[in-house]
Design a protein around this ligand. Structure first.
Ligand SMILES: [Zn+2]
Length: 490
């Protein structure tokens, strides 16, 4: 039977954030989270999903929650097929399906007010067990905060962590940790992380730490919090500290797309860690806590690449995410006390290999020649360039000679002299994506999130009760019950 939170109410628009609501969201949550005896969060104690009661109780000391953000089925398949073509092995996640190791499920990803969720509502469904309106972070329909899973884990004595290739205060990590009327209030979200005393934050978004005319620097709070503060890969890998108190922010905004990180002329791979490297450090440091830990690890830029219809961005970030899955599998191989969840919050652009021209892996070979993201290509393109200049930049960045008429299309679009029939595909990036589909046999149905059901895999204590069809909110129940955290719901 559908509960109130499951009801889709499409006419209900996301409310604008009033100052009063903002204070209510951030202030109340800040002041009262973690204060024993008080119940600042509404609707707590209701472990509510369809599978509630079915999940095994209390055997998981640790929980690792891995998210490939915006991963459609075709993204998963293409990464697995590319990996087999390239290295003769399947992806770590694909190998789990092939071997039948773990439990597998299709997951429905809707938010409270839309079949197509955004990442804030998507992660909030896991984070508080309730569907919230798109754009919000763990706020119910009456603007009341709902206690997020990371605060629950912290109160249960566990070490807590967030790892992402986006800004650390971005929607998906925030969905496990914060309460906010708007996911865009990233500075306030970061302040909540510090107030709520989470242990480990690794990702991008250094710009939100710095002070300016409007706000103070957050460095004093980081210092009084006892955190080790790191800004580059070498320091992350060389650190000899083993405790969980660690903040590492490796870029001002998002961490670069993997295809740019690996191929950039500024040697970004030496200064910015991979998701797998951050994962390795996070698991080592968080597992030093005798009461265990809960960490969310996000391959965020799979989603961003899908929005851009950028195959190189998509494929290489999905493979980088899979490397992090490999690190997590290695961690749990040596123990039986860790619940591992691997999934995505929603599909994006439903891309995939298509057409009958993939003979002999021609398109896979072409994909292997991609040397940069569409952001890198965009920075090189200029409306005043000639057709041959455009062709040269595309060849340099995407590893592909394109025909004259295709280069002309890009120029026309750069000069706003082109209107696609499907209005969503108005971006230049979408035009480039469609042009490259001629060479990569890899197409896109749009450039936004989808309502498709997505893949979920779970291993370790608690996972045995995962059913073949799951709602996103079920994963909150799974985590709470598997780790025996019911006593800290409020
Ligand atoms: Zn997105």
């Amino acid at each position: 039977m559908a509960s109130k939170e499951d009801t889709l109410t499409p006419k209900q628009n996301i409310q604008s954030v009033s100052r009063r609501n903002f204070l209510k969201a951030s202030g109340l949550g800040l002041a009262l989270v973690g204060s024993a005896g008080l119940a600042p969060f509404s609707k707590l104690g209701a472990v509510s999903g369809a599978n509630a009661g079915a999940f095994a109780r209390g055997k998981a000391k640790n929980i690792i929650f891995l998210v490939s953000d915006g991963m459609s089925a075709g993204t998963f398949s293409t990464a697995d097929q590319y990996m087999f073509w390239k290295e003769g092995r399947h992806t770590h996640w694909g190998e789990l399906f092939r071997s039948g190791r773990g439990r597998f499920s299709m997951m429905e990803t809707s938010s409270r007010n839309s079949l197509v969720t955004d990442s804030g509502a998507g992660s909030s469904a896991w984070g508080c067990g309730h569907r919230v309106n798109n754009g919000r972070i763990n706020m119910d329909a009456s603007d009341n905060p709902l206690k997020p899973i990371l605060a629950i884990a912290r109160d249960a004595g566990k070490a807590t962590g967030l790892v992402t290739t986006a800004t650390i205060s971005h929607a998906t990590p925030a969905g496990f940790a914060a309460n906010m009327m708007s996911r865009n209030d990233e500075r306030e979200i970061l302040e909540q992380y510090l107030e709520r005393d989470y242990d480990l934050l690794l990702g991008g978004g250094h710009s939100f730490i710095e002070g300016n005319d409007q706000r103070p620097s957050l460095h004093p709070k980081i210092e009084t919090g006892g955190y080790e503060f790191i800004r580059d890969r070498a320091s992350l890998l060389a650190s000899e500290r083993s405790d969980p108190r660690l903040i590492g922010l490796f870029s001002d905004g998002h961490i670069p797309f993997e295809v740019d990180r690996v191929h950039s002329s500024e040697n970004l791979h030496e200064s910015v860690p991979s998701l797998a490297e951050m994962t390795e450090v996070a698991l080592r440091r968080l597992s030093s806590n005798p009461n265990g830990f809960l960490v969310q690890i996000e391959g965020a830029r799979v989603d961003h690449a899908a929005h851009l219809n950028d195959l190189g961005g998509l494929l290489f970030d999905q493979l980088a995410f899979d490397d992090a899955v490999g690190v997590a599998l290695k961690f749990i191989a040596e123990r039986d006390d860790t619940l591992l969840i691997v999934t995505t919050d929603h599909g994006n652009a439903s891309p995939g290999m298509s057409s009958g021209q993939n003979l002999g892996g021609r398109n896979l070979r072409r994909m292997s020649g991609i040397r940069g993201s569409y952001h890198t290509l965009r920075d090189r393109l200029d409306p005043n360039q000639s057709v041959s200049e455009v062709q040269k930049h595309v060849a340099d960045v995407l590893g592909q000679e394109i025909r004259d008429e295709h280069a002309e299309y890009i120029l026309r679009h750069r000069n706003s002299d082109y209107e696609p029939p499907y209005e969503r595909m108005r971006w230049v990036a979408a035009t480039v994506g469609q042009i490259m589909a001629n060479y990569h046999d890899f197409g896109w149905i749009g450039n936004a999130h989808t309502a498709e059901y997505v893949y979920l895999t779970a291993l370790g204590p608690g996972s045995e009760s995962v059913q073949p069809f799951t709602k996103n909110t079920d994963l909150f129940d799974l985590m709470v019950r598997s780790a025996g955290m019911e006593a800290w719901l409020s």
